[in-house]
Design a protein around this ligand. Structure first.
Ligand SMILES: Cc1cc2nc3c(=O)[nH]c(=O)nc-3n(C[C@H](O)[C@H](O)[C@H](O)COP(=O)(O)OP(=O)(O)OC[C@H]3O[C@@H](n4cnc5c(N)ncnc54)[C@H](O)[C@@H]3O)c2cc1C
Length: 421
């Protein structure tokens, strides 16, 4: 028998990752009745590179969780180093684009198990009702077809229905909310798979996150706590069509073999304990046709994702959650009709247009190893462009920064053959 929650909520949020927890926190803080559902129990691991954008720190401040995140001893990354398939490298620092704000000079990195638990606890403390072990399977509709709640399977109580004025789908890649609304635009074209593990004993760590490139694969390495011999996140991303079968035959063996593709990385991981649990994920390219319909909005990865290379997903989840929460409050306040968050959709589109375009441009380079070599070699000779690129992918500066005269001229001038070392 299906049980029904006695009182409808103002908002049911499906998924308590960064996007869902932030929407729940902000709307509950504004006095709305909010129900936050997740199929998992927290803390829970999540496949991710664990590195926040530098610009995420002020967002954590506004959410009221920065102190808790800093108390979890995150690593502070001063920038990123990118190593090309042929071995040359460039690095960029956030400092130049931090506008004198100390909080923006570094990016925080900590395991998602810790970050997400902090956000969920803050949503609960703000007044959201949290129900874990609740797997949402379908949507409820009113007589006019607007979304009016969700159907779920509660691990403890069986089938259950929750009614709400607004449903927020924050349920990540291949969102069930997006699928039930038929809002997924198409199956993934960019088909990549990832393996993530957490290790100690990495040699030669500095204050930078690292991306190592190989043919049709890349490996991200970053400390995710402060102190000596910190826990590090190692995430391998590979082309699914080339390597999917090998990976499926055994992730640990595949990961060990793949490390050998990155000549600078392999010796530094020789003493690392690679027997830790491995999380697999992918593919990631799940665009949506729309992110709002009567009675429902999609936020975070559920609203569409492309590729994890630039590592901006957590920032984008939090930033779009902030906009969604603001527009949800406004719509629910203005009318009793099922809310349609059109302004949220437009503001989200404006926010993400530039970063998505850059991600596609970067992917076009990564897909061609020889071009990646050329690009990295050129950027290595144009440090101002390198800083700008790292600042843009750290969400400190808009994408158009890369087209402005100082960084671009620097790239063109210093990339000229006669200037190459
Ligand atoms: C390999 C990899 C590396 C990445 N590295 C980085 C990085 O370094 N930095 C960065 O900023 N971003 C990174 N990202 C992206 C980042 O992980 C995501 O963008 C971010 O997690 C999005 O948050 P979210 O809240 O939208 O979704 P999620 O974090 O996926 O949360 C969704 C939640 O919904 C729950 N859920 C799902 N389905 C249901 C259901 N039917 N019923 C109830 N609950 C449900 C899940 O249990 C989960 O808790 C990476 C992604 C990948 C795959």
């Amino acid at each position: 028998m299906v049980s029904r929650a006695p009182h409808p909520a103002d908002i049911v949020v499906v998924g308590a990752g960064p996007a869902g927890a932030a929407v729940a926190l902000l709307t509950a803080r504004a006095g709305l009745r909010v129900l936050l559902l997740d199929r998992r129990e927290f803390p829970r691991p999540k496949p991710c590179g664990d590195c926040l954008s530098a610009a995420a720190t002020p967002l954590l401040d506004r959410l009221g969780v920065r102190a808790a995140v800093e108390a979890a001893h995150p690593a502070r990354l001063a920038g990123w180093r990118i190593v090309a398939p042929a071995g040359h490298a460039f690095h960029g620092a956030f400092d130049r684009h931090a506008a004198g704000d100390d909080a923006l000079r570094s990016a925080l990195a900590l395991p998602r198990e810790r970050l997400d638990a902090i956000l969920v606890a803050a949503a609960h403390d703000a007044g959201a009702e949290l129900r874990t072990g609740v797997h949402v399977t379908d949507l409820l509709r009113d007589a006019a077809g607007a979304v009016a709640g969700v159907v779920a399977r509660d691990a403890r109580a069986g089938p259950v229905e929750f009614r709400a004025r607004l449903v927020v789908g924050a349920d990540g890649l291949r969102s069930i909310v997006a699928r039930r609304l038929r809002l997924l635009r198409r199956p993934p074209r960019l088909r990549k798979l990832s393996l993530t593990t957490h290790i100690r004993g990495v040699a030669g760590l500095g204050s930078l996150g690292e991306m190592h490139l190989a043919a049709h694969a890349c490996a991200g390495l970053a400390p995710v706590e402060d102190g000596a011999d910190p826990l590090c996140n190692l995430t391998l991303v590979v082309d699914a069509d080339r390597f999917g079968r090998d990976l499926a035959a055994g992730a640990p063996a595949f990961l060990r073999r793949a490390i050998g593709w990155f000549p600078e990385l392999a010796p530094r991981l020789a003493a690392a304990d690679l027997d830790a649990p491995i999380l697999a994920s992918g593919p990631f390219d799940w665009p949506t046709r729309d992110v709002a319909a009567p009675g429902v909005a999609l936020v975070g990865d559920a609203a569409g994702y492309y590729d994890p290379f630039t590592g901006q997903g957590i920032f984008q989840a939090l930033a779009t959650a902030e906009i969604a929460a603001e527009e949800a409050r406004r719509c629910l306040h203005e009318s009793a009709a099922p809310p349609l968050l059109r302004r949220y959709a437009a503001r989200r589109r404006r926010l993400l247009r530039g970063p998505r375009a850059l991600q596609h441009a970067i992917e076009a380079v990564l897909a061609r190893p020889a071009l990646s070599d050329v690009a990295v070699r050129r950027i290595a000779h144009a440090p101002r462009f390198a800083d700008a690129l790292v600042a843009v992918t750290g969400d400190l500066a808009p994408v158009r920064t890369l087209l402005r005269p100082p960084p671009l001229l620097h790239l063109l001038r210093h990339a000229a053959p006669e200037n190459r070392r």
